[in-house]
Design a binder for this molecule. Sequence first.
Ligand code: ADP
Length: 228
Amino acid sequence: MIELQEVYKKYPNGVSAINGIDVRINQGEFVYVVGPSGAGKSTFIKMMYREEVPTSGTITMNGVNLAKLKMRKVPIFRRNLGVVFQDYKLLPTLTVYENIAFALEVIEAQPKFIKKRVMEVLDLVNLKHKARMLPTELSGGEQQRVSIARSIVNSPKVVIADEPTGNLDPDTSWEIMKIFEEINNRGTTVVMATHNKEIVNTIQHRVIAIEGGKIVRDEQKGEYGYEN
Ligand code: ADP
């Protein structure tokens, strides 16, 4: 499903962020990516949604080699992938509803379907009642719930999340994790970079630890393993 083979990434400034990664993630898995700051987690995650391209090696996702993907094909590839960021990245001038509908409008889905599907995902994140509000009228946790709803509106097979609870208090972080659990239980693969020790040690899943751009640990139902 997702496979990295001999992946290296050197930034133009000469920093080698990823130094030989081989890993396979199967459909339906939930994977935490952990490691100290500067370890290469973000680079690893960014390569999976084709924000960064490896210097060498192959990254295959749903049968597509991202290392070779042409720029003009990137938007098509992204439609089958959900991405959730630490800072939500909602469009500030659009309502909650519009932020989510946008992802379906660009693929020219039928208006009737758009309405039904947007309300469905808003229901999943418990925000139907805030559909007409602007992102600035919501709490951080609510904004993250909107961003998760947006990430799954196209029914992607994979959701990639980079520190999705990084800006949230502990209670809100647990709420957000419940939603990711629900998404994963419905069969979607989740790959999540996180610094949240409590969460990783409590809601146990596969843990991939990266240090110095390499995988130093890969355990089913693993522990966070760092002091934060
Ligand atoms: P993490 O997410 O684990 O903190 P990153 O992937 O952000 O790690 O960074 C890994 C290394 O790559 C660090 O040394 C960082 O300074 C460097 N790095 C990250 N992004 C860039 C970039 N755009 N240009 C140059 N170096 C970068």
